[in-house]
Design a protein around this ligand. Structure first.
Ligand code: PFF
Length: 481
């Protein structure tokens, strides 16, 4: 969600720099023309811009609610400061050392690993369509609040009857994806980014206000306790898997994006402290979103814990109820959904830019044609996700609806595989010292060097492998976790 002038501009540069020649020439031209972020602030804002999005506001709270509240929060924070930190440092340093985006960076170090660039590229291709489906839901709620339908939107059953219908969810999905494509095609991102520069702080302040209000609702204290107290009886492999998938998604890791960002980072910018700031910002917003939603769930469900397991609909079901009790709730609610929509839109723009650049990179197509092809492919995949809650609700893959399946396959399978191979690649092929040297460029001290090496070489790979195996076995019903 770029507040942030730089991310789209630089993604645009990637697109412009590519697509004309074959890969070798592109690599050459990229190296010749490579320009960078102006400085640390530019880099941190751009990377935080990619990191903060619907993942923080919509996805984190429903996972935290579902997977045990405090225990999920604890596992997430522990993973963020150890594993997420190490992986983000590794990706940024890889990109800056290679001076290339993900598709070519792995190949530059070792040709045998060139497949990694492609594997990582699959992730945004899968995410963009279903991200747009959720974006469509946000538009629907914004429209409902604007049209004076707040009370209807706050009713039980409103969300389910909306997503299980056919026309409306498809229409709103199409509007969201169409808007994204239009902005990418017309290249008006800079205007959008200027607006988001003041909309983002407003979103943060509004979220703070709503969080304080939620916590003060009658019965909400139980939710605060649930959110803050780690209950180890709720701990399972699934908790860790869900937290890890969320970490990748939220921090835009294991999809090649941070490698590309790193390739545009100036040599004098401190990778370690930039990474700390990005993760702090990202985790802070997710935490706040949880505080907005989870206590409110307790308040409105009267302590009925089953309300916590609703999944993707949690934000949409809970927040209208909060706004309904709010003085001037219709206006505040409309403003809130508008801001979330903006956040979602700026993120989907950067997702689409990424996908477009991958195709231009690979096939050398024209930019406009590529945008239309990506739009067409996303419509097809997104339709599966939309109608998977409605007329195709009976069609299930591994027992999951389409949207959940796409979410599962990208976050719980491909991203962990990419992260695992990245760790092996850094730990045993190019060796951590190569990246430590990159972090320490210009006499900077890498304070968490030991943590980085231990995480990348030993803990993270073993950990991810175990979790990955158990999650895949459980998806196929071989074990129960
Ligand atoms: N990290 C974003 C979120 O949490 O919503 C999702 C995302 C946006 C991933 C843009 C990748 C990306 F390029």
């Amino acid at each position: 969600m770029p507040l942030f002038n730089y991310s789209i501009v630089f993604l645009q540069k990637i697109c412009d720099n590519r697509g004309r020649k074959n890969l070798a020439n592109q690599v050459f031209s990229l190296e010749q023309k490579r320009s960078g972020f102006s400085g640390k602030l530019g880099f941190v804002l751009a990377a935080a811009g990619s990191a903060v999005g619907l993942g923080n506001i919509w996805r984190f709270p429903y996972l935290a609610a579902k997977y045990g509240g405090g225990i999920f929060l604890l596992v997430y924070i522990l993973l963020a400061i150890t594993f997420g930190f190490a992986l983000m440092v590794a990706e940024i340093a890889l990109g800056r050392k290679a001076q290339l985006s993900a598709v070519s960076a792995f190949a530059k170090f070792n040709r045998k690993f060139s497949f990694m660039g492609y594997l990582a590229s699959i992730v945004p291709i899968i995410i963009l369509p279903y991200y747009s489906v959720i974006g469509g839901w946000v538009i629907k709620y914004f429209v409902a609040f604007c049209c004076g339908n707040m009370s209807a939107a706050a009713q039980d059953g409103y969300f389910n009857s909306f997503i299980s219908s056919t026309g409306e969810p498809v229409l709103y999905f199409a509007i969201f994806l169409g808007l994204t494509a239009l902005i990418v095609l017309l290249g008006v991102e800079k205007g959008i980014e200027k607006v988001s520069k003041f909309m983002m702080p407003v979103l943060v302040i509004l979220s703070l206000g709503v969080a304080v209000y939620s916590v003060c609702l009658p019965g909400a204290m139980d939710g605060v306790v649930y959110y803050f107290t780690p209950d180890f009886s709720h701990f399972s492999v699934t908790t860790v898997l869900a937290a890890m998938g969320q970490l990748f998604y939220s921090m835009s890791l294991a999809m090649g994006i941070m490698i590309t960002y790193g390739s545009y980072m100036k040599k004098e910018v401190n990778i370690e402290s930039s990474t700390r700031q990005i993760s702090l910002f990202d985790t802070g917003i997710a935490f706040l979103a949880g505080l907005m939603i989870i206590p409110a769930v307790f308040s409105f469900s009267g302590g009925d814990q089953s309300a916590l397991g609703q999944g993707p609909g949690l934000m949409f079901v809970t927040l209208p109820k909060v706004f309904e009790t709010f003085p001037g709730g219709a206006v505040v609610g409309a403003l809130f959904f508008l801001l979330v929509l903006f956040a979602a839109l700026t993120s989907s723009i950067s997702l689409m830019e990424t996908v477009v650049s991958i195709f231009i990179d690979k096939f050398g197509w024209k930019r406009n044609v590529t945008c239309l092809i990506v739009l067409g492919g996303s419509v097809v995949l997104g339709l599966l996700s939309t109608l998977g809650y409605g007329i195709w609700a009976d069609v299930k893959i591994l027992g999951m609806q389409f949207l959940d399946f796409f979410d599962f396959i990208s976050n719980s399978v491909i991203m962990p595989v990419v992260a695992l191979i990245t760790c092996i690649f850094v730990g045993y092929v190019i060796k951590p010292q190569a990246l430590i040297d990159e972090v320490e460029t210009g006499n900077v001290r890498f304070k968490s060097k030991k943590l980085f090496v231990i995480m990348i070489k030993y803990i993270a790979p073993i950990f991810i492998l175990l979790i990955l195996i158990s999650s895949v076995l459980s998806a196929f019903g071989i074990i129960k976790i």
